[in-house]
Design a protein. Sequence first.
Length: 723
Amino acid sequence: RQKKMVKKVKELMSEREKIRNIGIVAHIDHGKTTLTDNLLAGAGMISEDLAGEQLFMDFDEEEQERGITIDAANVSMVHDFDNDNYLINLIDTPGHVDFGGDVTRAMRAVDGAVVVVDAVEGSMPQTETVLRQAIKENVKPVLFINKVDRLINELELSPQEMQQKFISVIEEVNEKVTGMIEDEEKKKEWKVSVNDGSVAFGSALYNWALSFPHMEETGISFKEIIDHCRNEEHLELHKKSPLHQIVLNMVIRHLPNPLTAQEYRIPTIWDGDLERDVGEQMVACDPDGETAFMVTDISVDPHAGEVATGRLFSGTLKEGMELEINGVPGKNRIQQVGIFMGPDRVDVNKVPAGNIVAVTGLKEAIAGSTASSTEMTPFESIKHISEPVVTVAVEAKNMNDLPKLIEVLRQVSKEDPTVEVEINEETGEHLISGMGELHLEVVTHRIERDKGVPIQTSEPIVVYRETVTGNAGPVEARSPNGHNRFYIEVEPLPDQAVQEIKEGNATMDMPETKRREVLKEAGMSKKNAKNVKSLHNSNAFVDRTKGVQYLRDTIELVLEAFEDAMDSGPLAGEPCRGVMIKLDDVKLHEDAVHRGPAQVIPAVRKAIHSTIEDAKPTLLEPMQEVYVHTPQETMGSASREIQSRRGRIENMGQEGDLSVIEGKAPVAEMFGFAGDIRSATEGRAMWSTEPADFEEVPQNIQTELIKEIRERKGLKVETPKSD
Ligand code: GDP
């Protein structure tokens, strides 16, 4: 059967109108895995018995243990619609926000998303997050309202009450969708609606669904469905109104094919010239054009080695082809070209534009790379909504494993670019930073299990940020030999500018005029925006000098010093954020021997740190939104659990018979929350967290905290004063 399927898939791969590249996104537990499995089973990809056991997409043992989906895996399937075959390339996305980076990357590869919402719970915080990620990448949504069987059999709602429920879910989703779109025309087009069939509802678990077009075509009524469901006649229901038919028909009707989608998506994800060469070919999804492939995921296959998965926007990927990574030629010869059929990669020799493809041989690629047959502007860097805020130190349990651990850590950071790894070959103590406690648990677990290196892991540590709240300077710094002088000022970067840099809307890769425009719009002065020479971790370096002799030869060293200074701030050696460093003037020795790295770097770094010390520096800490659903009786103890962690309650409400608490607390105080909230509510609370922005550490604990961090890092406990 698989052979037949591969043959069909191969045929359909080049029929661009008949392809849909989609992802399924949901708040955790809303039924994404169940839906995916039943769609695959319905399309003949796996047996229906297996589907019930959720063995397909969730094949990772760890995911099964935790009951969450971690890795983005892909699968292609064939669906029959209106007497025609269609190819649906489905990318699996992780269901937990700690892995938000993966969701964002998966969204780059697809053109449409099925948003799954639990009918009982309604739209949840992560529903909003995944919607935002989709809309940002110009990915069109359709809505599947799941667990309708529970409305009927558990909540025993009347048809009118059910209708009310559906309306409220649809309104919630549409409010978010339209809120995130600016274009009026697109707002209308992308709103989901029951009448046009861009909303379906049903039960992923019992394998049935309903949509308005299906009711019209078959004459099946809502009442019939309710009656069958009430009588537990699920098989009957599945036959009359099969889940995969309804949902995949909705996908084919309402989500765009690559030819249509690339025309409007390429301008949002690529900065190059759309009217020429590869730009024109990508907009046209041209299989005969230059090859332009965006890598969205790297995984390691025990047999084939590193597998790069991504979206092919133009050209045809073939075995033996040589590609450049981000415009740099190197050793990147494609060995195998394949598609995923569930956990198996199937070799197909070549794949044309418009598809999701898996290849081996791209040695230098990481998730996010552009691989192309010609020199081209790389795709826009993927906008990760969250940044690493928690770190653990790891050491090999067995000293002999040290070289292997270093290799594995490099691999881990290639596979997941939201993980930052700092390798210390001398001490053997390496630091891994990620987006949350759970994220790091998964990473360290992988190192031990998949890569077979037993490790010792420290308690998680929060990564703080340092910023300035005032202006200072100019500070004069002299190089150790006294022959060079640097005059440096500092001021806070406007919040909006920090946001734009963080989201990748202002980068050093983009044309200077475009970057200037974005930064000016975000509140930087025209002069500063124009003279930005480096953007590093949401900090900016501005060169305001005029006609300084020899600066052109020296500026690289100055920027290196700036990056150093930003990676490790003066308060506690934590990374800086939202700092704008301005170079006012420079005096350089005429002889290059006297203005080398050993002279320039320490002087500039010192000058930068000194101005920061004068500009009312402060420590920032990462925050987390906390959402708790709990029965009324335990609401008080649940709220106290948040408040006792320096948290605040921002909203309280009622949803059905559950109380809903929305709060915010520092990440530092949230370690161990899982166990504590369980005991505080006798295990009856459901909760989730989302990364939130940084906030100033309260002044009354800041001095103590800085001292603690400095001690931990072996820095002098006294913070230096500028001199
Ligand atoms: P995911 O976290 O979004 O992948 O959610 P899962 O597919 O793992 O589903 C979470 C839980 O909800 C599992 O226990 C499922 O059996 C259950 N579930 C999923 N869909 C339905 C449904 O339509 N009706 C009911 N009653 N339960 C469902």
